[in-house]
Design a binder for this molecule. Structure first.
Ligand code: HEC
Length: 104
């Protein structure tokens, strides 16, 4: 993962999040949209809810370890999807704001 990739993903997600809030003011808890969120809804939400996954904050390393642990438990993700999901989680649900960008 490069800083440039991660930064552009973060910018895209931020832009998307603003659009989602404007377009979907009904949603009680708008989450940053993106392919990572779609994957979490599709592959992670049959054992626990997406909200449970996204209620925790982790360092990028811990997100990578958690996603790998969930794959060991039965989540189906190919390596590319795994990367997309970890980048999404690290960019939006880091335990300290900006940490994901600062480290990579
Ligand atoms: C086969 C069932 C299963 C699938 C699929 C699954 N999980 Fe989990 N997950 C669990 C169980 C069981 C727990 C609670 C036990 C624990 O905390 O270790 C859990 C707990 C968690 C937690 C809270 C505990 C922690 O480490 O902070 C997170 C976050 C999480 N899962 C993320 C994910 C993500 C992301 C995916 C999709 C890649 C996923 N899970 C898919 C079974 C699953």
């Amino acid at each position: 993962m490069t800083l440039r990739n991660l930064a552009s993903i973060a910018v895209m997600l931020a832009a998307g999040a603003l659009g989602a809030v404007a377009a979907n003011g009904q949603s009680s808890a708008p989450l940053p949209p993106g392919p990572g969120l779609d994957l979490i809804n599709e592959r992670c939400a049959f054992c626990h809810t997406t909200a449970q996954v996204l209620s925790v904050r982790k360092t990028p390393e811990d997100w990578a370890a958690t996603v790998q642990l969930m794959i060991d438990r039965g989540a189906e993700l190919d390596p590319e999807e795994q990367k997309v999901m970890i980048e999404y989680l690290a960019a939006n649900f880091a335990d300290k704001p900006g940490q994901a960008l600062a480290r990579h």
